[in-house]
Design a protein around this ligand. Structure first.
Ligand code: APR
Ligand code: PHB
Length: 395
């Protein structure tokens, strides 16, 4: 088998890259180790920057987000038992974010890919990448008991944090930067109306962080900070709702509609960046190259901005016969990634209770939060990062 670009991984990065390449007439095959149902079963964040929404439209898959996405003009911070809106729309000269789940984005991309006829191999095992430092890279994998080889011109490593592409790079050729936070997020999905349909609520409380989000007007997503030693079985629905309420202001807590959870999981919080993102004819994009803690909802948006840069670079190569885009990809992508890493790390540090924090640390958090909601300059900093920094902000 032969293709121009072999894409490893059918998460949002791989599917979106595939859609943009197919649209530009560049042949691509996606190799994914899981089944489509497994991929769709992973519940992740759901706040899209305008650049991500625009890219979905560019890829021809914008109808879902246009019809069902909920536009947010502001966010709210809760601390010391009170809610403080930050009007990101006014502070950024009219920019907004859209609430639309990663599951929905993935479902739209999968449907569009099937309609386009571009090949996807699901449930592939033993996926391996070879010879990407030569002009003739290859991908090998097993499917239904048979071994296959896919010859290609480029490999796109869109295979997430635990993927094979980054892992195949010799240690001396890659540098990794990491911070692991001493807590996790317990998330619950429920078919209940969201307590705050027009804004995400981020709460800093004595009992730890909490977040109120949504997937639609009838489906909510809530989180509470918890120790990583906790197990999902420790958390009955009742315990979860009581804990969430105890971390919100009284008015919000009294309006919260509870119900049975339809998904409940605990996720670790991590910041991670691998440099560079190009190794000869293999590129990394999305979670394969970087992870952000979910505070600030940058994960999916960063994956989309990598894909925008990588697809432009590959189109430039195949259509305009220019190397410039692929040569600049890693540096350009990393410049934007580090700014989002900074924002996610900062918001995480500001909003959570750290096990080793003392009275001083807590007072500093409170002082910063008060400064943030009272100073237009400080609010603007949050707002412009939340809606996503412009692409030309990068180096
Ligand atoms: N071979 C083939 N596919 C693989 C392999 C492998 N060895 N390893 C992993 N994969 C697949 C996974 O099964 C998954 O479907 O690669 C895909 C990677 O998808 P994601 O982890 O969703 O990563 P990405 O597409 O970059 O999307 C980034 O996911 O974690 C969130 O916050 C993040 O929202 C962001 C988004
Ligand atoms: C979510 O909807 O899952 C979500 C929203 C905002 C965040 C993180 C997660 O910052």
């Amino acid at each position: 088998m032969k293709t121009q670009v072999a894409i490893i991984g059918a998460g949002p990065s791989g599917l979106l890259l595939g859609a943009l390449l197919t649209k530009a007439g560049i042949a691509n095959t996606i190799i994914e180790r899981q089944t489509p149902d497994y991929v769709l079963g992973r519940i992740r964040a759901g706040i899209l920057e305008q650049t991500t929404v625009d890219l979905l439209h560019e890829a021809g898959v914008g109808h879902g987000v246009s019809n069902e996405g909920l536009v947010h003009h502001h966010i709210e911070l809760i601390f010391k038992g009170e809610r403080h809106p930050i009007d990101v729309h006014a502070l950024t000269g009219g920019k907004v974010v859209t609430a639309y789940g990663q599951t929905e984005v993935t479902r739209d991309l999968m449907a569009a890919r099937e309609a386009s006829g571009s090949p996807t191999v699901y449930a592939a095992s033993n996926v391996a990448v070879h010879d990407y430092d030569s002009a003739t890279p290859r991908v090998t994998y097993d499917k239904d008991g048979q071994s296959h080889t896919l010859d290609c011109e480029f490999i796109a490593g869109c295979d997430g944090f635990h993927g094979v592409c980054r892992a195949s790079v010799p240690q001396g050729a890659i540098k990794e930067f990491e911070r692991v936070y001493p807590f996790g997020w317990l998330g619950v999905l429920s078919d209940t109306p969201p307590v705050s349909p027009h804004a995400i609520l981020y709460a800093n409380s004595e009992r730890g962080f909490a977040l109120c989000s949504m997937r639609s007007m009838t489906r909510s997503r809530y989180y509470v900070q918890c120790p990583m030693t906790d197990k999902v079985e420790d958390w009955s629905d009742e315990r979860f709702w009581n804990e969430l309420k105890s971390r919100l202001d009284t008015d919000t807590a009294s309006r919260l509609v509870t119900g049975p959870s339809i998904e409940k999981s605990i996720a670790p919080l991590r910041s991670f960046v691998a440099e560079p993102m190009r190794f000869g004819r293999m590129f990394l994009a999305g979670d394969a190259a970087h992870i952000v803690p979910p505070t600030g909802a940058k994960g999916l948006n960063l994956a989309a901005s990598d894909v925008k840069m990588l697809s432009s670079a590959l189109i430039e190569f195949f259509v305009e016969k220019s190397q410039a885009g692929i040569d600049g990809y890693s540096e350009r992508a990393l410049s934007r990634i580090w700014k989002a890493e900074r924002f996610s790390w900062w918001l995480t540090s500001l909003m959570h209770r750290f096990p080793d924090a003392d009275g001083f640390g807590q007072k500093i958090q409170e002082a910063e939060l008060e400064y943030l909601v009272r100073s237009r300059a400080a609010s603007t900093t949050v707002a412009e990062n939340y809606v996503g920094l412009p692409f030309d902000f990068a180096a």
